[in-house]
Design a protein around this ligand. Structure first.
Ligand SMILES: [Zn+2]
Length: 316
């Protein structure tokens, strides 16, 4: 989900929940929490320089229940510094001064939880239970970001910013939430349609559907549990499949299968390969024996918004 949506969702919930004594500052704390964990984009360089620290990435460590709380605390601490909120308040000509206290941290963590929930719904997933598990959890319902949602969210943010009757702001927030939930409903329906329209081909026993930027187009992956994949695109409006391809999990050129397996076993312990598997749940391997050893090329099947879908390593 986009930055604006992550601010608006907790802000909207805290506005629409009729809890007594909630002020604009409380909603602001929720909104700040909502955007805080996406400041992990600053980790970009870390993951690049040290692949073994691949959890330090966008949608990595901060997108977990525990480090989401740490992030909320740090974010509220920073944004509550007088020099910082004074500067921003002056810049945008609105008072965003909030205090660093338990109440605001809890509200910000509520914002973090809405963020984690929304990102969980998107494809790619997030490591919710890190540091206990590296597993990325995803409902594979929404695409990474949705252009229409992002544009409407920005419009709502402008309405919130303008000095308008609170009534209109409330209408904008309700409208936005209805849109967001409806898109989810349409997508859930299209996904079910996609899965139900398929009969598994001979030899295949698993089927998964991944969202694309178009709510009615899904990437379908059939698998036999490890040896081969069948990948295609399905459109629920035209009821048509396209781009069908069948790929082997492992293709060996020149050398023996056993020797290739040994090389892969070793390569799997390399941080860049571990990182690749973490980013791409469905990767195929092309192993070619050369004079200097095994040339292993990992290719992703379904695409990831943030990382290149191919990796080559040499095992000598
Ligand atoms: Zn996020």
């Amino acid at each position: 989900m986009d930055f604006f949506t992550h601010f608006i969702v907790p802000f909207a919930i805290l506005t629409l929940l009729k809890v007594k004594g909630f002020t604009v500052k409380d909603r602001l704390s929720g909104g700040f929490g909502g955007i805080s964990v996406d400041f992990d984009v600053i980790f970009f360089a870390v993951g690049f320089l040290a692949p073994e620290l691949f959890i330090f990435t966008h949608r990595g460590i901060t997108h977990s229940f525990i480090f989401g709380l740490v992030t909320a605390i740090i974010f509220i601490y920073i944004i509550s510094r007088p020099s910082i909120n004074g500067f921003i308040s002056h810049l945008i000509r609105r008072d965003i001064k909030i205090k660093f206290n338990k109440r605001n941290v809890i509200l910000a963590y509520f914002g973090v939880l809405t963020h984690l929930f929304l990102d969980f719904l998107t494809t790619g997933g997030i490591p919710l239970f890190y540091p206990f598990s590296l597993t990325r959890y995803s409902a594979n319902l929404y695409y990474y970001t949705d252009l229409v949602t992002a544009i409407v969210a920005l419009a709502v943010l402008i309405i919130l910013y303008l000095r308008l009757d609170p009534k209109y702001k409330k209408i904008a927030l309700v409208g936005f939430m209805i849109m967001l939930i409806s898109f989810g409903g349409i997508r859930a329906d299209a996904k079910m349609d996609t899965l139900q329209s398929q009969t598994l081909s001979d030899g295949y026993n698993q089927i998964t559907a991944y969202p694309t930027s178009d709510m009615f187009t899904w990437t379908v992956v059939e698998s036999d549990g490890g040896n081969k994949y069948k990948v295609f695109t399905y459109n629920t409006l035209q009821k048509e499949s396209s781009n069908l391809r069948e790929v082997n999990n492992l293709t060996v050129n020149n050398g023996s299968y056993e020797s290739a397996q040994e090389a892969i076993k070793y390569a799997n312990t390399l941080p860049e390969v571990e990182k690749f598997h973490w980013n791409f749940p469905h990767a195929t391997i092309n192993a070619t024996k050369t004079d200097s050893g095994w040339n292993l090329t990992y290719s992703d099947l379904i695409g990831n918004h943030y990382e290149p879908g191919e990796l080559s390593v040499v095992v000598s």
